[in-house]
Design a protein around this ligand. Structure first.
Ligand code: ASP
Length: 331
């Protein structure tokens, strides 16, 4: 996509298997509208002269508030039926970063990650310590019931009954379909909710040429208690420097092992590879070589945007200041 040096924001809401069998236009419209609204909000921040950091914070906060996506409200459940959320944010201009892992009571994990970045001397807080830090910063804590959605609960029950293993959020409905026990409506989602990676993320370039990235997730459905994925790991699920900003979604373990987000920026910095090609190598070669599934969104300092994925679909979109909002789901 064109390099225009114009401020731009890109977002994702997870990747996974497309449920071609029963695509419901109404459901598809819901996802499209949600992505459009978030992109417009991010576009406004940038148009008003806001920083890339503020744009990605606001975009991810809104995605966390939206129950359609696996972050904040609408998060997936652990094997124990609990919620454990991860998030990270990074400022490409300064290499400042903040992250939280395994939080169970923070309404907006991305705001906690940002507070860690700006108000502490550390980068990553986990569990109760992260919650205490967020509370001390005046951030809202919620009861675990806040994250509950009927759809995720049923998805978790299917995962436990059918697989007994951890599933990517958007991949979980496909599994139900194969097993013939899909919940009513489960297959109406454009991307199979039982098998998708529903993590959310945003990357942006602002008018000052600064890049930023943020990622937030409930993790993978039916994950073991205490499991931490790639999302809060700087360089794996989220990375930004003065070359590129990257946010990923997919099988977190493989994104950690390939240092996926950093790999995109490193290829560009050290080997002069273009953004598109650097991202393609990670998503289409490096990750599949070890069984990694998912995708990423990335922007470089010229404003080029790329949104590759190796699954059937990925909820994604981008918008330049003064330009149209572009949203896609399928390949
Ligand atoms: N990458 C996330 C994780 O492994 C899952 C996702 O992208 O949905 O926790």
């Amino acid at each position: 996509m064109n390099s225009l040096n114009t401020p731009v924001i890109a977002i994702h809401g997870g990747a996974g298997t497309i449920t071609r069998a029963a695509m419901d236009p109404a459901k598809e419209g819901e996802y499209t509208a949600a992505l459009q609204a978030v992109l417009q909000a991010g576009q406004r921040v940038l148009a008003d002269g806001g920083s890339a950091l503020d744009a990605v914070t606001e975009a991810v906060r809104l995605l966390e508030e939206c129950p359609l996506f696996n972050a904040g409200k609408g998060a997936v459940l652990t094997h124990a039926g609990t919620y454990e959320l991860d998030a990270a944010i990074m400022d490409g201009a300064t290499l400042a970063a903040g992250a939280v892992a395994c939080v169970k009571r923070v309404r907006n994990p991305v705001l906690a990650a940002r507070a860690v970045m700006e108000k502490s001397e550390h980068v990553l807080f986990a569990a109760e310590g992260a919650e205490a830090f967020a509370a001390a910063q005046g951030l809202e804590l919620v009861e675990p019931g806040y994250y509950f959605t009927q759809a995720r609960h049923e998805q978790w029950q299917r995962a436990r009954a059918t697989a007994g293993m951890a599933l990517l959020d958007h991949d979980a409905a496909a599994l139900a379909a194969r097993a013939g026990n899909a919940a009513p409506g489960a297959l109406a989602e454009p991307i199979d909710p039982d098998t998708k990676f529903g993590t959310v993320g945003a990357v942006a370039l602002d008018a000052q040429g600064r890049l930023a990235a943020a990622t937030s997730t409930g993790g993978v459905t039916n994950k073991q208690v205490g499991r931490v994925g790639d999302t809060p790991i700087v360089g794996a699920g989220c990375y930004a420097d003065d070359v590129a900003a990257v946010s990923t979604t997919g099988t977190g373990e493989m994104f950690i092992r390939t240092v996926a987000a950093y790999d995109v920026a490193a290829q560009m910095r050290y080997a002069g590879v273009a953004l598109d090609e650097a991202a393609r190598r990670v998503v289409m070669e490096k990750l599949p070589a070890i069984g990694g599934r998912g995708g990423l969104i990335a922007v470089d300092r010229q404003g080029n945007v790329t949104l590759p994925f190796n699954t059937e679909g990925m909820y994604r979109g981008f918008a330049r200041v003064g330009g149209p909002v572009s949203v896609s789901i399928y390949g």
